[in-house]
Design a protein around this ligand. Structure first.
Ligand SMILES: NC(=O)c1ccc[n+]([C@@H]2O[C@H](COP(=O)([O-])OP(=O)(O)OC[C@H]3O[C@@H](n4cnc5c(N)ncnc54)[C@H](OP(=O)(O)O)[C@@H]3O)[C@@H](O)[C@H]2O)c1
Length: 333
């Protein structure tokens, strides 16, 4: 009989999701029922949106007290009662923050494990990472050659790919991120045209300097004061794309709206939000194109991996303190 080690929610976080809100327990797995498969989870995706699932109410699916934290993962089937879902098959799905997931195949997707690491299926090729960036840029933001394209949380998973796609599409890309290490990463490793360190620079002043004629497209992952600073610097007929607002996730009952939103009227501009699942028809094409870029080496998706399921709570806190460059993952086993 296998044993599963899982991370459960023990207390609803206030502000930060600190490690004392979680506990890690090991339980014996029950016998597999007909129609189920058992998966050994290899990598767990750490996602900003998970913080909004810990409240008990909201837009995203919610985690109940005592329940396993919801999370995307990749792994391999170790036991199966279902034809066509054989032992050894690599799979991706909502496996949860645990080492062994017992699920129905309809919750899973088979993945190709012949090229590269399985972790790429959560990062560059993952629905809540690369595919979200692709949809946000290609289907919503639609930058044109020469456009000034600004992206926030630019050194993180979604932001770093969004900026690279906009650059491929001919935009002039400016990333906003926290700290000099991230500024150097954006310009030197990812090839962005410029970067702003929002922790140590005046974002509004730097945007005026870097984009004196205004910003055409803003891909926002952060919200709050950064969104306001960009709104204040929009060009005429600009597009502001709301992908996320991580600065607000710690207190979703008191979200701070943009005080500069009237710039949209002044500059005949639009603001549009999206989630990747609003574009189901684009998930396949996005994954296929991202795979091509990953294979030819033209897409950079760095990964930061914390080893051990018990480090999942630490990983979530690490992300919210801005520790990660690229995709943050936990290696479960
Ligand atoms: N629309 C969709 O379908 C969809 C799907 C997936 C994700 N998302 C959104 O995409 C965004 C990025 O998510 P991700 O999972 O890829 O995370 P990520 O960008 O890899 O990590 C989050 C980053 O946000 C920055 N950050 C944290 N707190 C901040 C604050 N108060 N102010 C400014 N920056 C802060 C940190 O970088 P710094 O060091 O730069 O602060 C951190 O590294 C999130 O808003 C998420 O909700 C949307």
């Amino acid at each position: 009989m296998s044993k599963n080690t899982r991370v459960i929610l023990t207390k609803r976080p206030v502000d930060d999701a600190t490690p004392d809100c979680f506990s890690v327990e090991t339980v014996e797995d029950e016998a597999l029922e007909n129609g189920q498969v058992r998966v050994a989870v290899e990598y767990i995706s750490v996602d900003a949106g998970t913080r909004t699932m810990l409240r008990g109410e909201g837009f995203h699916a919610q985690v109940g007290l005592g329940q396993t934290i919801l999370a995307g993962g990749v792994g391999r089937i170790i036991e199966s009662t279902v034809d066509g879902w054989d032992k050894g098959q690599a799979v991706r799905g909502g496996l949860g923050a645990q080492t062994i997931a017992t699920v129905m195949p309809k919750m899973l997707e088979k993945v190709d494990d012949t090229v590269g690491s399985l972790s790429a299926h959560l990062g560059a090729l993952g629905a809540s990472t690369g595919v979200t960036s692709w949809i946000g840029v290609r289907k919503v933001a639609k930058p044109q050659p020469g456009d000034i394209f600004v992206v926030s949380a630019a050194a993180g998973a979604v932001g770093s790919i969004a900026g690279q796609i906009a650059k491929r599409d001919g935009a002039h890309v400016i990333g906003i991120a926290g700290g000099q290490r991230k500024v150097t990463y954006l310009t030197e490793r990812l090839g962005f045209d410029a970067a702003i360190d929002y922790k140590n620079e005046d974002v509004n002043a730097r945007l005026r300097e870097l984009a004196p004629k205004g910003i055409n497209v803003f891909f926002d992952n952060v919200g709050g004061p950064i969104l306001d600073a960009v709104l204040d610097n929009l060009a005429m007929r600009a597009r502001v794309v709301i992908c996320g607002a991580i600065s607000q996730y710690g207190d979703m009952d008191n979200v701070t709206g943009p005080s500069m939103y009237l710039r949209l009227a002044e500059r005949q501009s639009t603001m549009e939000g999206f989630a990747f699942f609003h574009f189901p028809e684009s998930v396949g094409p996005a994954g296929a194109e991202l795979r091509t870029w990953l294979d030819d080496g033209s897409l950079v998706m760095d990964e930061e991996v914390l080893e051990g399921i018990e480090r999942y709570p630490e990983a979530l806190q690490f992300m919210f303190s801005g520790g990660n460059l690229g995709k943050l993952l936990v290696k479960a086993c």
